[in-house]
Design a binder for this molecule. Structure first.
Ligand SMILES: [Zn+2]
Length: 75
């Protein structure tokens, strides 16, 4: 498969996506085809559904999470 944007080669990689719901930020590792040229990501079927499902479960507090750090804000 080639990148639809630039025609570059795609390589299969594990990438990190972030699902944000209110003040909760959840890191999710997913597989994606990543363009070696422009870094556009192409997700296999099911990945987007998985991210949407995580967001929905976050909304309803129906998800098991473990903290991996703290998020701060500064001025
Ligand atoms: Zn590309």
């Amino acid at each position: 498969m080639k990148c639809a944007l630039c025609g570059g080669n795609l390589s299969n990689q594990q990438v990190i996506e972030e699902v944000i719901e209110g003040t909760k930020h959840v890191i999710v590792k997913v597989n994606a085809g990543v363009c070696e040229n422009c870094h556009e990501r192409y997700y296999p079927s099911g990945v987007i559904d998985k991210l949407i499902d995580i967001k929905e479960r976050l909304k309803r507090n129906r998800i098991k999470l473990h903290p991996i750090g703290k998020v701060y804000e500064t001025v």
